[in-house]
Design a protein around this ligand. Sequence first.
Ligand code: GCU
Length: 679
Amino acid sequence: AEDGYDLWLRYRPLPAGIQARDRAQAAALVYDVDRHDQSIIKAGEEIERALAGMLGAQVPNYSQSVVPGAILLGTADEPRIKALNLPLGSLGSEGYVIRSATIDGKAVTVIAANSGVGVLYGSFALIERLQRGLPIDGLDISAAPKLKLRLLDHWDNLDRTVERGYAGQSIWDWWKLPDFKSPRYTDYARANASIGINGAVLNNVNAKADSLTAPYIVKAAALADVFRPYGIKVYLSARWSAPIELGHLKTADPLDPAVATWWKAKADEIYAAIPDFGGFLVKANSEGQPGPQDYHRSHADGANMLAAAVKPHGGVIMWRAFVYAQENPEDRAKQAYDDFKALDGRFADNVIVQVKNGAIDFQPREPFHPLFGAMPGTPLMMEFQITKEYLGMATHLVYLGPLYEEALQADTWAHGKGSTVAKVIDGSLDHHALTGMAGVANIGSDRDWAGSTFNQANWFVFGRMAWNPDASAKTVAGEWSELTFGPNPQVTSTVVDMMTTSREAVVNYMEPLGLAHMMGTGHHYGPAPWVHELARPEWNPVYYHKADATGIGFDRTKTGSNAVAQYAPHVAAMFADPKTTPERNLLWFHHVGWDYPMASGRTLWEELAAHYTLGVSQVADMHGKWRSIQPLIDPERYAKTDIFLSIQQREAQWWRDACLAYFASVSGRPLPAGEAPPA
Ligand code: GCU
């Protein structure tokens, strides 16, 4: 049965005609097993497994001689590869070349790289072509990742609950580690390597100090051993106050020498067990977490102290800029910039500041975070959420590719037109070598890993965009569909249609026109725009929409919080004026009257209602499309998505009805003509 466990690595039999062609082109595997490069061995195993599944044939495996139709795997110094003079020089340690070549008069396919991991990535790329039914002759492909750190952040707790996780328990079975290494860890590593992910932060950013104790270091080391051949490093979230909690120090002040010594010893201990440990991720002075500001030190003081501890081992510190504090009455959207902008250039060279795509928190739509482009002297990495905390959790079909693409292609204007967020994070804009992207994982112990079939696409597209931040969401959707449902053009075009509409649909039925954070507090599921009574003002939805009898929206211009001033002048000017603010961001930046005239000729109130209603019909449309391809999808995965779409349909209606009823009540207006009353 198709339970989704195989993700996009299904390797089901190809149609007979394609099999016949591929059998000739992928007739044998040649790789030098005697060299014991574990990544090349994994690459060979993966190709064998893929060919066995897709071609129904066990492929002969030679360590030496080349035969016609052979696939030759090797690094740049392999003599036959060396002789081909492939352009490996510019591809770094993770890039690869796939070349159709002639060796000893025999037509072969060469997968070459500067490292075993590069060969593994190239092997997955070749397998993908086969899965998609594409021929593998005449190939001349070179590829290399544009970002250095391509990480999943697991918000997994040590008790196996997952913060904001909707796919079951954590896949890390801490109780049985380090002895029992579940085969699932290997499958996790295969899936990640297939999309170029090269690191995993194992534990929640709201970290417990326990994860840094000796027993957990051994467990993390066991995972690192499984992941290493797949090019994946492990990282840990560090709890700032660990020196107090574990080391019994009186303070965690970063400038106290005893604190620095404690962290140095801790880093040494970790590196003794995990020589290629990646480093620490830190959430400090945010949402109640301890941090250097508790000692009147800055984020840079804190990050640099930790950076010194891991530096001798080649580690990095990923310091999160997701900060806002209860004591701070300032617009929450401004607080990260306020804290970090002044620290630009003051971070050690193995620190990278990790910034969420938007200034609030992973909403269905946010304008890009004003820190992008504003810290030229500091490497910034992107933090996206893959798990759908605010976007319908497990069941709603929302493909996040368009959300990622919108954030990455946003123009910061930091150095004039074309200064996209993608160029900030790939290091090209300000010449940084340390670059990266993190995605908050949506992975759990569910059979299908991600809680739904379509949620797998979000893991997939995250990997693709971490490899290439300029990748197209739509192209990736097509690739994922072919791998997941088979390369049937009708399925692909239908599924791609559904996926590309889905993000706009969720924006429409939840938070159109720049609205944000109207979800029920705590769980973040379902509408609650009326909530106003929570002690922390910025946890109340009313804080964000500010709807009253006269109008709606958060004034972030000069007459309000002036958050617009955090953007580069060109962007600030655009967002300062409701006339030049894109309508999709209007209520994020402006408080406007209910009769405010929109481009469509409708009033704001009419437009808002129309968006909510459109969102509901877009879900109906997605559902209809899914039904239209029922005969082409296996029953198990068909039925699950079908039921989930029914849930989404009902809940889109709930969102629309609840929000419109609420806004009608505060505005004192009837529903616009033609709008059906709440069901
Ligand atoms: C959100 C989320 C929290 C999480 C936080 C973070 O606020 O709801 O669960 O801890 O982001 O990113 O640190």
